[in-house]
Ligand binder design. Structure first.
Ligand SMILES: [Zn+2]
Length: 79
């Protein structure tokens, strides 16, 4: 992730130990807190993808059920 350098305000990678432009040393606590934030974001995305999957399965089951009911209904009409 790119973060603004505290010294020169240019965008630098948070994994860099120091700013390549001005040499400002990035405090390790800052790097760690950004790392943590990124990890949390990845986790949150994973969780939302999982719930999407569950939602899709729910839709699929509903569609199949509706199809079966329709078949039963049509069968009823035919006889
Ligand atoms: Zn800098």
């Amino acid at each position: 992730m790119l973060i603004p350098c505290d010294e020169c305000m240019r965008e630098i990678s948070h994994t860099a130990e120091s700013c390549p432009y001005c040499g400002y040393k990035i405090p390790p606590e800052l790097r760690e807190s950004i790392d943590k934030e990124i990890r949390e974001r990845v986790e949150a995305r994973k969780r939302s993808e999982e719930s999407d999957k569950r939602f899709n399965i729910g839709c699929w089951v509903l569609t199949v059920l509706a199809g079966i009911l329709l078949l039963i209904f049509l069968h009823h009409l035919g006889s």
